[in-house]
Design a protein around this ligand. Structure first.
Ligand code: TXE
Length: 480
């Protein structure tokens, strides 16, 4: 299997002639190779995008919308193939890829094909001065989209669909760890009638290909999702070049559980929010805080339910968890279990590497719950991004809020309570971009998505991202 770049509407070999292995994490075997593209490849993609921009940016909104809707249709038509590729590349259960990742990729295109037809700008009258101001929202030009490995096609399309809808040409780089579905998507875009050069996909390492995209002087906006450290590096690189930046980074999300909640719903959802996609979602609730009066009962029930989760081959229908994305990542996640052991923390379940039938060399790990006595510990302060959650009791609302906010991250939070006053108080005071009350991961694509503090800068979703992918120009006409 050879993953190729996609430039000017065609698959092509990299001029770098430098190749990387791609690994199937469920068996720990190489299944193909992908280019480690260099500056020359990025420049070729940029030239193609630049050439396509005048026509694409002048294409009517209706036509752009129709092409995006067609891409959505084709993703749906190819659900099986794409889901299999995603699961093989990433290690996630095939059932999850089929039910969530790939349908969401189609929804991203469908949503932005419609949103762009409703996108508007403002006008402001200055009556006394006999003037009118209005705002033009013009596409930026060539924009860069850099996405991670945890939800490969889901997050890749979450960026490129709005960028294209707004009339930009795109230079995109999927994660080098999971390039397969972006590679397959390219062909679907051609089939849907996306003109050549409008979308270009360049593969390679972050430090070479990604860096070349961020440093390119004429790529005027970068939309990035990934680790906080990488985000900080990209910000430092892009700042002197005055690029627009959207950074969606890590999370260390609190899940705050009050005794007055709907217990069964909370328990089922908490298992999901802790371990969906092997805990490799920036929105996973990794710090669980429980009201002291029900702490012991919750602990017993939660551990029991988590022990019932099945870790297995992603292709098996009954696998709740698949493999972690890579050996390096598995080792990183396991190192936190070692740290917990050194600190003599109470490991309530899991904590071990696993081998599964037919996946002996795959990167599997038991879902793990660790009881902590302080929120200051490394397990509660660093993003682990794997199947480990911590558990801690709190006495009252004030303490719960302080614990939740004592983190450098600020992506999302979940609160379980049936007390309206309490839910509004927490919604107001939690320092996060997203607050869920009595639910988790319930998304409406019209809403702003992103984090506070070290979880990022800017918001994706809805009109927010269409504003990001356009330049606002104010026009003032004096008609006196
Ligand atoms: O991500 P990176 P990594 C977190 C999670 C994880 C950690 C590191 O905690 O353990 O980040 O993961 C590209 N210029 N998240 O190292 O490096 C890279 O090629 C330009 C949270 O895998 O941030 C890939 O395409 N691009 C997260 C993308 O950035 C660069 C999802 C993300 O990779 C680059 C994933 C550079 N200098 C990990 N260096 C979330 N928020 O959902 C790397 N890249």
């Amino acid at each position: 299997m050879t993953i190729k770049n996609y430039i000017n509407g065609a698959y092509c070999m990299p001029s770098s002639q430098d190749w990387l292995d791609v690994i199937n994490p469920s068996v720990g075997e190489i299944y193909g190779k992908l280019p480690n593209s260099n500056r020359e490849d990025v420049q070729l993609a940029y030239e193609a995008a630049k050439k396509a921009f005048p026509e694409w940016s002048k294409t009517s909104v209706e036509k752009r919308s129709a092409i995006l809707a067609k891409i959505a249709d084709l993703i749906e038509d190819n659900l099986e193939v794409l889901a299999k590729a995603e699961s093989m590349d990433n290690g996630k259960p095939l059932s999850l890829a089929k039910a969530v990742d790939i349908p969401r990729a189609a929804t991203n295109f469908r949503f932005f094909s419609q949103a762009i037809t409703q996108f508007y700008s403002e006008s402001h009258e200055q009556i006394a001065a006999k003037s009118i101001n209005f705002t033009l929202r013009q596409p930026i030009g060539v924009v860069g989209c850099i996405s991670p490995w945890n939800l490969p096609l889901y997050l890749f399309t979450w960026k490129i669909a709005p960028a294209l809808a707004a009339g930009n040409c795109v230079l995109a780089k999927p994660s080098e760890v999971t390039p397969y579905t972006a590679f397959l998507l390219a062909e679907l875009c051609s089939k849907a009638g996306l003109p050549k050069g409008v979308l270009n996909i360049v593969n390679g390492l972050g430090s070479s290909t990604g860096q070349a995209i961020v440093e390119h002087p004429n790529i005027k906006a970068i939309s990035f999702t990934g680790g906080t450290k990488t985000g900080a590096h990209i910000a430092r690189t892009a700042a002197p070049l005055f690029k627009k930046l959207s950074l969606e980074l890590g999370g260390k999300n609190p899940n705050i559980i009050f005794a007055d909640c709907d217990y069964d719903k909370m328990l089922t959802t908490t298992v999901k929010s802790a371990f969906a996609n092997q805990g490799q979602i920036c929105l996973c609730g990794s710090r669980i805080f429980v009201e002291a009066s029900m702490y012991e009962q919750f602990k017993t029930d939660f551990v029991k339910k988590v022990k019932q989760l099945k870790v297995g081959l992603p292709s098996k229908k009954d696998s709740d968890l698949g493999a972690l994305v890579s050996e390096d990542h598995l080792e990183k996640v396991l190192s936190y279990v070692e740290k917990a052991k050194q600190e003599k923390m109470n490991i309530l379940c899991g904590g071990e590497k696993l081998t599964t039938e037919n996946g002996k060399n795959g990167y599997y790990m038991q879902p793990t719950i660790i009881e902590v006595s302080s929120n200051d510990c490394i397990l509660n302060q660093e993003e682990i991004f794997g199947p480990i959650v911590t558990l801690m009791a709190f006495e009252n609302d004030k303490e719960a809020l302080a614990l939740a906010n004592t983190t450098s991250y600020g992506l999302s939070a979940t609160v379980w309570t049936n007390n309206l006053k309490r839910s509004l108080h927490f919604s107001e005071h939690l320092e996060t971009g997203i607050v869920w009350v009595n639910t988790w991961m319930q998304r409406d694509l019209r809403t702003p998505f992103g984090g506070q503090k070290n979880s990022g800068v800017g918001r994706e979703g809805g009109f927010e991202v269409l504003r990001f992918f356009t330049e606002a120009k104010n026009i003032c006409i004096n008609y006196e």
